[in-house]
Design a protein around this ligand. Structure first.
Ligand code: ACM
Length: 766
């Protein structure tokens, strides 16, 4: 609980202080619960407190403890917080590394704050570092850059899981070394310890391999689909390129190690291999020449299984094993559709040689060979859960992404497991339904979803639970052209991930996490992290009657902050504004402003809802429902190369939008603005799920129905091309449909190679 000093008394204290002292920490700081994420395993508050200021000495004996002390000072400097000084004597902060104290966890530490000073002790440098992170969090829980009074406490802490991971896909989009280092910094400050680096895919090979230079000469560049790959001025093709040199990789590995993060490299086999096959066609299963792919999805190109290809993979893994000192190498194994192997006489002949009668088992032979090769170099193989299907060496570890079932099966077979189910821990899925979300997958993985995920399934027998090494969130970057978008996807959900990875299961409490999160957001801002603002916005759910001129509006906050303040006169709400309690009934026009508050401060800039009888006649694609949920995307246009791109909420397997219970009183027609975007996907065996209505005229039609199976209200031929801006506006009368209809709007014609997508629909009065 925060204690608030009455304003008059506070002013008096301030005056006294100005007269008699330099800045003193307020007692407010001392009274609050520690704003730590992840929450430590054991925390006891004690009587008394200790003040840290710029003169507080920081003492550390030995090289390792001094290294941690310097990192601690750097963390404080990066957040603009109070900076005690290394060295000196007297009561201060002590870092004590005592290897003899080794406990059960090599990452454990203790932290004691008493009136006499602060001691962080651990048996390993990693433990000491995590203790430093905890103390840094205690010192950066508020806005102060001056002295901080910390309440006395005793923390005894160790992580719940040994694998607390984050995966970044640097193949679909490339991040600079500086971006990766910024991410590693942030991971360490969340006590995450595994950076899984997805370095190869159909769209790019991003790791320099000395023995095979064409992997990066050819494989690191693709021509993006459509306009995104064409210079509008010269008309020339513009490749998208990037790879990490071995020197850069060594730097990143060292940077991570200094923060107690192990880098797990992924070389994906036998699928997601187009970029490698483009570089060395002899590695492929067909004779078809390939280029690194400029589209997204699942491609059928697989490595062949000839001996020279297996040796190639071993040679690549040999360089990878030398570059990455960690125990694990990830060999992918996901989404390797076997069409090419099934059709290849050579692969079928090789399967006979290996004595296997199905292609999954052939993949098992490949995995077993690579496992043996890696084991001989002291490495452990890890792969996506598909590798279970081909039979798996006992030592292999499974990363369960298609759900937790693969992980359960693997653990039951005695394999170690990392849980990273797509519907709980895939951060390319959007986190809120806000229209401010960037492109991505609109099937939501909310902050609450990430927080609630439990890596050890109840159905797993007690003696198998030890196989669950931990959890990992994955960031696939098809829709993340910038590092800003990568950060938006990761933060703040990484904070929820961190708490599940570190804190005891019994300690987890989402309501309490929400109390601690604003301090973490403050640290993000201080560190220049572009975290997602959307979970902290206010969402308006509006039911309006434009004829009666009234609206009923429900307010909510996606993260779950309950203190929502609003104004109805267009002014920014303050702490003193009315608190939202129940849906608001307001006359039109509405000029609502609202923000979620925590401890008297708005979490975000206010959100605005401005509606009147005219604006209620229009909706954009984001305000409409999709008719189906076959493959929903918040999809960005492929171009232009430079500048803003249009965004469409579209189910690419059935582009169709619904305006449910549209109020048609006094309405005689419809105006539709539509854009046209390339269908830049290949989805292998899922492709038959792609549906479209056949066109009946040359360029297809816009069709409006009352319910998607109901009577047709309008049909209008489409033009051959959109206008120069990529859009077209069409107007049509609407057949009489009564006062209300579930408007179902779609475009006929093949969605390949281009598809129309709804941008905005407007009801036209009679
Ligand atoms: C995956 O998401 N294909 C592992």
């Amino acid at each position: 609980m925060t204690t608030k000093i009455p304003t008059l008394l506070a002013s008096l204290l301030l005056l006294l202080c100005l007269a008699a002292c330099t800045r003193q920490p307020s007692d407010d700081t001392a009274a609050t619960t520690p704003r730590l994420i992840p929450m430590p395993a054991n925390l006891e508050t004690k009587d008394g407190s200790f003040v840290i200021d710029a003169k507080t000495p920081v003492v550390a004996d030995g090289e390792a403890a001094q290294r941690v002390a310097r990192q601690f000072i750097d963390m404080l400097a990066a957040t603009g917080a109070v900076q005690p000084k290394i060295g000196g004597s007297g009561s201060g902060i002590r870092f004590v590394l005592d290897e003899a104290q080794a406990g059960a966890s090599p990452e454990a530490y203790s932290l004691d704050i008493t009136a006499d000073g602060i001691t962080i002790a651990a048996s390993s440098e990693a433990g000491l570092y995590y203790g430093a992170v905890t103390l840094w969090q205690l010192l950066t829980s508020g806005e102060s850059n001056g002295p901080v009074r910390l309440p006395a406490l005793h923390i005894e802490d160790a992580p719940r899981f040994a694998w607390r991971g984050l995966m970044l896909d640097s193949a679909r989009h490339f991040q600079s070394v500086e971006d990766i280092e910024k991410l590693l910094d942030a991971m360490a400050l969340h006590k995450l310890n595994v950076f899984h680096w997805h370095l190869t895919d159909d769209q790019g090979w991003r790791i320099e391999i000395k023995r095979y230079p064409k992997l990066t000469e050819v494989g690191s560049c693709r021509i993006p689909a459509g306009d995104g790959g064409i210079d509008p001025d010269s008309g020339e093709l513009v490749p998208y390129c990037g790879y990490y040199s071995q020197d850069q990789i060594r730097d990143i590995v060292a940077y991570a190690a200094a923060r107690h993060i192990t880098v797990v490299p992924e070389i994906d086999v036998p699928g997601h291999a187009t970029a490698a096959i483009a570089a060395y066609p002899q590695l492929g299963t067909t004779d078809q020449p390939l280029l690194p792919v400029g589209e997204w999805g699942v491609f059928s190109n697989l490595f062949n299984v000839e001996e020279p290809t297996l040796e190639f993979l071993e040679n690549v893994l040999a360089e990878v094993a030398d570059l990455f000192p960690g125990a694990y190498v990830h060999i992918g194994g996901d989404e390797a559709v076997k069409d090419q192997w099934e059709a290849s006489a050579r692969v079928q002949a090789r399967m006979k040689e290996f004595g296997v009668d199905n292609e999954m088992a052939m993949q098992g032979v490949l995995v077993a060979r690579l496992e043996k090769f890696l084991a001989a170099r002291g490495k452990r193989l890890i792969g996506w859960d598909e590798i279970l299907e081909g039979g798996l060496p006992a030592e292999a570890t499974v990363m369960s992404w298609r759900g937790t079932e693969g992980g359960i099966e693997a653990a039951n077979q005695g394999h170690d497991v990392v849980m990273s189910p797509w519907n709980k821990l895939y951060l390319d899925y959007l986190q809120t339904a806000s229209t401010d979300e960037p492109p991505g997958r609109p099937t939501l993985v909310t902050l609450q979803d990430v927080y609630a995920f439990e890596p050890v399934p109840e159905e797993l027998d007690a003696d198998k639970r030890r196989h669950i090494l931990g959890l990992q969130a994955n960031v696939w970057t098809e829709h993340m052209r910038s590092f800003t978008r990568v950060q938006h996807a990761i933060f703040p959900r990484i904070a929820a991930l961190a708490e599940t990875g570190w804190s005891p299961a019994a300690y987890k409490d989402y309501a309490d996490f929400l109390i601690r999160l604003p301090a973490q957001l403050h640290r993000y801002r201080a560190l220049g992290i572009d975290y997602a603002r959307t979970p902290f916005q206010v969402v308006f759910d509006t039911k309006a009657d434009r004829v009666a001129g009234t609206a009923e509006i429900a307010l909510s906050n996606p993260a779950g902050y309950a203190d929502i303040r609003y104004s109805t006169d267009g002014s920014a709400p303050t702490e003193a504004s009315p608190a939202y309690a129940e849906p608001l009934s307001l006359p039109l026009p509405v000029h609502l402003r609202a923000a979620a508050f925590f401890e008297g401060a708005a979490l975000e800039a206010p959100d605005a809802l401005d509606i009147d009888a005219t604006s209620l006649l229009a909706r954009n694609d984001e305000q409409l429902a999709m008719c189906t949920n076959a493959l929903m995307l918040r999809l960005e246009d492929d171009g232009p190369l430079r500048g803003e791109r249009a965004l469409f909420n579209v189910d690419i397997f059935n582009p169709c939008w619904e305006w449910k219970q549209a109020d048609l009183r006094g309405i005689g027609g419809l105006r539709v603005r539509a854009g046209r975007i390339p269908y830049y996907f290949q989805l292998a065996h899922d492709e038959p799920g792609r549906k479209f209505h056949p066109a009946t005229t040359a360029n297809g039609e816009l069709v409006v129905r009352d319910g998607c199976e109901g009577p047709t209200l309008a049909t209008l031929p489409l033009p051959a091309q959109p206008d120069a801006d990529g859009f077209v506006t069409l107007e049509t009368p609407l057949a009489a449909a009564g006062d209300s209809a579930d408007l179902c709007i779609y475009f006929t014609g093949d969605t390949r190679p281009t598809m129309w997508a709804l941008d905005r629909v407007e009801l036209r009065p009679n």
